[in-house]
Design a protein around this ligand. Structure first.
Ligand code: FAD
Ligand code: UDP
Length: 378
């Protein structure tokens, strides 16, 4: 008999949700994390009364009522609706592309006029390709213009995408934006999901609620004393990097990362919105997050005299940086498959979450995965 049923490596949303369901089934868990805090990438730091999303802005969204009801049973979520604004050379445009954007771009006021303008621009893009002797878009630049036309591509897509990927749109594959949502209604809600919001009081409340009554240890790296940690439990739930788990025996998986430049400003309201994208190439950051707008609405914004902003710079990943986004190219996909084959042969280890599965997961699908996984285990 070992001390714990489960040792859970990583206190992010995967590890914390797993621990919660395991405890509900009467299992004894220990959750460890190498960071000095719990919560993984949803962790928030409270600065001047504002919950600052330290590892990037997180908006919970789902159409799955079971997932929504579950997270709301842990902590109630607020009514935040993601409606980013794009700033191109000092002019503002609503996102995602909708009637507000088309009005701001072309002055059109009816869906019919907007559609006519889009069709005209699409036809011009197809004609340009024809003149070049091609019928199918060869890259993202051509694909975007065939889908939405030159004006929106040049002002709202080109610069942002090139900064985000660190490559020219003409050198990026077309499939990245095979679908661009275009709405002929006045609706700035970025997500199509039925439910969205932010936990009232911040994400730490969600993590603390999930981990209520469960033993945790921060500042504890599994790899610093692997034999000891392994001796503690019958089973391990591993949510760290899968290549690290196997000593990088086949080589290192690659990631993209983001650098955050955070500032506290002596103004109650810096940009009037949580998310402003900077879509021109010459502004080096991709977007500016003003954290208070995730949880303070209307006049509430002025109850807090200061504000905290984060400028996001999309960056190449090197060892020692936070691994944020898996790179789903052919080489990395093949490398991951080799590690996955090893993982599939394990009997007492569950690999889960964005690092262990080398997969970009939004939060809700991750919670859904744990819910179904745990139902399958018991
Ligand atoms: P993580 O949160 O990364 O947790 C893994 C934990 O394991 C970490 O705390 C780490 O310290 C710990 N760990 C790793 N190795 C070890 C070790 N050797 N020993 C001990 N501990 C270890 N999703 C949305 O739904 N909406 C959004 O708006 C959204 N925005 C995002 C923005 C950014 C910039 C990023 C990167 C992601 C975003 N996501 C968003 C996705 C969301 O962050 C993930 O779904 C979720 O955080 C993944 O949880 P996880 O537990 O798998 O991983
Ligand atoms: N995008 C864009 N302009 C914007 C926002 C997004 O061109 O103002 C494109 C860009 O190619 C980006 C993709 O849409 O890679 C997805 O962006 P989003 O912010 O929705 O996704 P995330 O970066 O969170 O994966």
């Amino acid at each position: 008999m070992k001390q714990y049923d489960y040792l859970i490596v990583g206190s992010g949303l995967f590890g914390s949700t797993f621990a919660h369901f395991a405890k509900r089934q009467g299992k004894k868990c220990l959750v460890i994390d190498k960071r000095p805090h719990l919560g993984g990438n949803v962790y928030c730091e409270n600065i001047e009364g504002i919950n600052v999303h330290k590892y990037g802005a997180h908006i919970f969204h789902t159409s799955n009522k079971e997932v929504w009801d579950f997270v709301n049973s842990i902590v109630e979520f607020n009514r935040y609706t993601n409606s980013p604004v794009a700033n191109y050379k000092g002019r503002l445009y609503n996102l995602p592309f909708n009637m507000n954007t088309f009005y701001q771009m072309w002055g059109v006021t009816t869906p019919e006029e907007a559609q006519a303008k889009i069709d005209e621009q699409k036809a011009e893009a197809v004609a340009r390709m024809k003149a070049d002797g091609v019928s199918e878009p060869r890259n993202l630049e051509e694909q975007a213009q065939v889908l939405i036309g030159k004006d929106i591509y040049e002002r709202l897509i080109k610069g942002y995408t090139e900064k985000q990927w660190g490559r020219k749109c003409a050198d990026l594959p077309a499939f990245i934006i095979k679908r661009l949502p275009v709405r002929l209604v006045f609706d700035n809600n970025y997500f199509n999901d039925k439910y969205q919001g932010i936990p009232i009081g911040g994400y730490n409340k969600l993590i603390d609620g999930l981990l209520y009554g469960i033993e945790t240890k921060t500042g504890a790296d599994f790899f610093n004393d692997r034999t000891y940690w392994e001796s503690l439990a019958d089973k391990i739930v591993f949510t760290g990097k899968i290549d690290e788990f196997y000593g990088y025996c086949f080589g290192k998986l690659n990631y993209r990362t983001v650098r955050f430049e955070q500032e506290t400003l002596d103004t109650p309201n810096y940009q009037g919105n949580a998310v402003v994208n900077y879509t021109e190439r010459d502004v080096p950051y991709t977007r500016v997050i003003e954290h208070k707008h995730f949880e303070m609405f209307g006049q509430e914004v002025y109850n807090c005299p200061q504000t905290v902003i984060s400028k996001e710079y999309s960056t190449e990943w090197h060892d020692g940086m936070e691994p944020y986004y898996p790179v789903n190219d052919a080489a990395n996909t093949a490398l991951y498959a080799k590690y996955k084959a090893l993982a599939d042969d394990e009997t007492n280890i569950i690999f889960g979450g964005r690092l262990a599965e080398y997969k970009y997961y939004d939060m809700a699908p991750l919670v859904e995965k744990v819910m179904s996984l745990y139902t399958g285990l018991v």
